[in-house]
Ligand binder design. Structure first.
Ligand SMILES: [Zn+2]
Length: 102
């Protein structure tokens, strides 16, 4: 009765706002915009339009420099909002990588 992972199932792909390459959604970090604030959504359970980033810092910086968020959300996102976001996802990544040794 248990549901097994279907290996033939193709995972949904999402495009990174930084490098613009598509990767499986589960590998990406989801970002949503709430009241003008960029909010990381690592569990992917927040409503609203989402933008995705690769889990690497070079892509976060790329998205900032190329104004990938402003383009993706179709509104001007101030640079400091993106800086703040990068700080936040950096913190999330550190918690996860330090904690998920099994
Ligand atoms: Zn990327």
């Amino acid at each position: 009765m248990s549901r097994r992972k279907n290996k033939q199932h193709t995972p949904p792909m999402r495009r990174c706002a930084g490098c613009m390459e598509s990767h499986p959604q589960q590998e990406m970090i989801r970002i949503v915009l709430r009241d003008g604030v960029l909010v990381p959504d690592p569990e992917r359970n927040l409503n609203g339009r989402g933008v995705y980033l690769c889990p690497k810092e070079s892509c976060w910086e790329l998205a900032r420099r190329k104004r990938g968020f402003s383009r993706a959300f179709r509104q001007g996102i101030p640079d400091e909002a993106v800086q703040t976001l990068i700080e936040e996802i950096r913190g999330i990544r550190e918690v996860k990588s330090g904690d998920s040794q099994q």
